[in-house]
Design a binder for this molecule. Structure first.
Ligand code: ADP
Ligand code: MG
Length: 349
């Protein structure tokens, strides 16, 4: 997956700013009805008719949010888009456009930016969003990427974080902890490589979790599934920081408590085996790991039959009265209060 190609290095200065923008953005089509004017003027123009507009933005900084020593630029471009689309889907909206702004230091040749935009292009094509603008500037410290995603929604379909009610079911898509364990594997290989640059890492046994870290998929499919099933979540959030902290956001904003069942938390077998290898508790990893970009939502009990048996959805608990607090119910049956850093209280068990 991580290949080191013998690379041509074309300096960015040789193209100039406008040449660079043209070059990077020329292959991007406009596909959304709502895009009236995309790249090329002072501003883009959008028309959402009678829909509400959903906007979300993120800033990614080299050394803080990504490490280019194991993150290929193509993956970074893809992931940067996913992170933003995930926020749009978490409102139950349809993502329609993105803007991409980059600050680049002179250590990046044109070919590096082409890789970044190749990843961005894969993501925009697959998720059917238009690239409608951005900004390009220089940086002294490394690479910065800022993405703004836009989406559209009918007001009555919007899912906020604050709509959960006692007795609602707590549901999560996919499985958890994979992105964090993928990061552990990549960090370990990086450390090995530092000591022995000739080492050839065998990431094959870890391909699922490494992919979860390097190439997360925003859950557009879940939003579509819920629409087909005619289930409108009462609240929803995407899992960027770990299950524990996202549950606490829903509980706090909805003014409710919850019981989360440890035994119900969906884990891929690779997560379980790598946790054993790294001597980590898989529940702690799912609670605090982050970057899984799954959706966490609550539904009314009457909708349970509609989602029951769906392999992409797992009921992991239920909402309670605020006075009950937010708890993890352990396999042994004891209740442990959830904290944003899920492991603090959990380790003390
Ligand atoms: P301005 O000088 O008004 O900021 P620019 O020359 O930066 O305009 O941008 C020209 C056009 O190219 C605009 O439509 C802008 O949104 C777009 N653009 C600039 N940088 C990028 C980028 N990195 N990715 C996508 N579009 C970009
Ligand atoms: Mg500009």
């Amino acid at each position: 997956m991580i290949e080191d190609k013998e690379q041509k290095r074309t300096s960015i200065e040789s193209l100039g700013e406008f040449g660079l923008i043209d070059h990077l953005t020329e292959g991007f089509p406009i596909t959304q009805k709502s895009t009236i004017k995309g790249i090329g003027d002072d501003a883009a123009i959008l028309d959402f008719n009678n829909k509400k507009v959903v906007v979300s933005t993120d800033l990614l900084i080299e050394g803080v949010h990504f490490d280019l020593s194991y993150m290929p630029l193509k993956h970074l471009g893809y992931k940067a888009i996913m992170v933003n689309l995930s926020d749009i889907y978490a409102m139950n909206a349809v993502a329609t456009q993105v803007t991409v702004s980059v600050a680049i230091s002179n250590r990046f040749p044109l070919e590096a930016l082409e890789e970044l935009y190749a990843g961005i292009g894969l993501a925009t094509a697959k998720f059917n969003v238009d690239l409608i603008g951005g900004d390009t500037t220089s940086s002294k410290t490394g690479l910065l990427i800022s993405i703004t995603a836009l989406g559209e929604i009918n007001e009555e379909d919007t899912t906020y974080r604050n709509g959960a009610k006692p007795n609602d079911l707590l549901v999560v898509s996919g499985d958890l902890g994979g992105a964090y364990m993928g990061l552990q594997v990549l960090e370990r290989e990086k450390a090995v490589f530092k000591v022995n640059p000739n080492s050839q890492p065998d990431l094959e046994p870890y391909s699922y979790i490494v992919e979860r870290q390097l190439k997360p998929e925003a859950r557009k499919d879940i939003i579509e599934t819920l629409k087909i099933l005619e289930v409108k979540p009462t609240s929803m959030i995407d899992i960027s920081d770990g299950l524990s902290s996202e549950i606490l956001h829903i509980c706090k904003q909805s003014d409710v408590g919850c019981d989360l069942y440890e035994e119900k938390i969906p884990l891929d077998p690779t997560v379980i085996s790598s946790c054993e290898e790294f001597q980590l508790n898989s529940t702690v990893v799912a609670l605090s790991g982050g970057e899984d970009y799954e959706l966490l939502f609550t539904i009314d009990q009457k909708d349970f039959d509609k989602i029951k048996g769906n392999p992409n959805l797992t009921v992991i608990g239920h909402i309670t009265d605020k006075s009950q607090g937010a708890n993890l119910v352990s396999r042994a049956g004891s209740k442990i209060e959830l904290t944003a850093q899920g492991w603090n209280s959990f380790k003390a068990e």
